[in-house]
Design a protein around this ligand. Structure first.
Ligand SMILES: Cc1cc2nc3c(=O)[nH]c(=O)nc-3n(C[C@H](O)[C@H](O)[C@H](O)COP(=O)(O)OP(=O)(O)OC[C@H]3O[C@@H](n4cnc5c(N)ncnc54)[C@H](O)[C@@H]3O)c2cc1C
Length: 431
């Protein structure tokens, strides 16, 4: 019997250790250094001094880079265990960095491991895996992100070099990265999914400029780390093409699939925390002489949040299980479903948590508004909800066929005819 919802006791011990470690040692970093870019900043010696011992501790416990297999220095736990771990890590901005599994470095490391040369692995992959540098993934362009057929940034071969020309937008942390992985069009004569390639571009390559840095939400103009990049006669050696020419999207798909489900795993953590806050508030706050928890409208908010969270968590774990089983088509469908649900669950649960906290919920004195800002991000980054809905619907529709004629197979008059024939009731008058 293959269905089992239990966690092995030895792994539960690791989760318990993580839970305590994140609460006691990592979450204080979230409070003291709340800038969302701080976990990506390797230049600040004070931050390095504070975080290095924590990373060492995680490594000693064998919990570093848990998304990776042993060949890359991770324990190769698989996605189910990673999901359970991310349910803890996701409540902290800093925790993924302290545990060596933050995006986009997690996916970029896998690309470099699979397609980099030995020299590139030594120069970039080794320090990336050690957590000494960070990287950037640049695909979106100013004129379009979700529809890659609009991409214009191109690369062409000139002798033993590739030359990149064009712009990329919302390249997160490009200003803090040691290298970028860039998607560029290399053949305009074929559909983009076969005409784009991926390149390793060291951050100090001449011809690469950071034009502007955008922030999120209410950050002041000019503050932020989501960069508009310009490539002008930006030259990299021929071996900086990752994989084969035209393979860019095939490579990106592996990477984005992993990234999406990891975000979903971490979203479970945020929604859990918001539900916890909602319940504590309901029990603590009095209105009209009784606690909020005794109001049925509040109880409904709590119950609805619990149901949504549990459904979402099960979908995420089920998706993780399919990935671990190597059921790639099924996993792709479920990753898209989880990506859709992630933004909806976060929206509904955080919204209710803010509502129950009143003015305090709207303030900058609780983390709730920060999570609220993450709602549209979850529905847009790594492809908007609409595109994932199209993916889900198309994959499902492939499993069915059209019926002939005007009546669906469930048309009851026809079914009655069949049933009567099967049961040998043909001669009898219908009752
Ligand atoms: C916080 C954050 C970090 C990011 N980091 C990176 C990064 O590091 N690297 C990178 O390359 N990109 C990054 N992105 C960009 C992200 O991948 C794109 O925003 C996303 O792919 C959507 O592209 P777009 O913004 O150009 O929106 P558009 O493609 O212009 O789409 C806008 C809207 O149109 C609608 N829409 C689009 N397609 C369809 C459709 N088929 N059917 C119906 N409606 C549709 C959706 O509502 C969509 O939100 C980041 C984005 C965010 C918010």
């Amino acid at each position: 019997m293959g269905w089992d919802f239990c966690t092995e006791p030895e792994f539960q011990e690791k989760l318990d250790w993580m839970d305590n470690f994140v609460r006691e040692r990592v979450e204080p970093l979230d409070i003291a250094f709340p800038d969302p870019a701080a976990p990506y900043d390797r230049r600040d010696p004070r931050l390095r001094a504070l975080t290095q011992p924590l990373k060492e501790e995680v490594k000693r416990r064998g919990l570093w880079a848990c998304h990776l297999g042993p060949e890359l220095g991770g324990p190769g736990y698989g996605q189910i265990k990673l999901a359970l771990m991310n349910e803890i890590l996701g409540r902290s901005q800093w925790a993924p960095t302290i545990f060596g599994c933050q995006a986009p470095d997690s996916g970029n490391a896998e690309i470099l491991a699979a397609y980099g040369t030995e020299e590139q692995k030594q120069r970039y992959l080794a320090p990336l895996l050690a957590g000494d540098i960070v990287s950037c993934f640049a695909m979106t362009e100013p004129q379009g992100g979700s529809d890659p057929s609009g991409f214009r940034c191109r690369a062409f071969r000139d002798g033993d070099q590739w030359v990149l020309e064009g712009e990329k937008y919302f390249a997160s942390h490009a200003d803090l990265a040691a290298f970028l992985i860039v998607m560029a069009v290399t053949n305009r004569d074929v559909p983009i999914h076969r005409g784009a390639s991926m390149f390793l571009v060291p951050a100090d390559t001449p011809g690469l400029t950071i034009v502007r840095r955008a922030g999120l939400g209410t950050e002041a103009l000019g503050v932020g780390h989501h960069c508009l990049l310009r490539f002008e006669n930006c030259r990299v050696p021929a071996d900086h093409l990752l994989g084969q020419e035209g393979e860019g999207f095939a490579i990106a798909q592996t990477r984005l699939g992993g990234g999406r489900i990891h975000h979903a795993m971490r979203t479970v953590a945020v929604a859990k925390k918001a539900l916890q806050m909602m319940c504590e508030r309901a029990l603590s706050r009095k209105v009209q002489g009784e606690s909020l928890a005794s109001k049925q409208l509040v109880q409904e908010m709590i119950a609805d949040s619990f149901v949504q969270l549990e459904q979402f968590r099960l979908l995420v774990l089920y998706t993780a299980w399919h990935i671990d089983q190597g059921h790639l088509d099924r996993a792709r469908l479920l990753i898209a479903a989880a990506k859709i649900q992630m933004a909806e669950v976060l929206h509904d649960v955080v919204r209710r948590a803010i509502q129950l906290h009143g003015a305090l919920g709207c303030s900058n004195e609780l983390p709730l508004m920060r999570w609220w800002l993450a709602v549209p991000v979850m529905g847009i980054a790594d492809g908007p909800t609409e595109v994932h809905k199209v993916t889900v619907a198309r994959q499902l529709l492939k499993q069915y066929t059209a019926y002939v004629g005007p009546w669906p197979p469930e048309f009851l008059p026809l079914q009655l005819e069949h049933a009567r024939r099967r049961l040998g009731l043909d001669g009898e008058t219908p009752s």
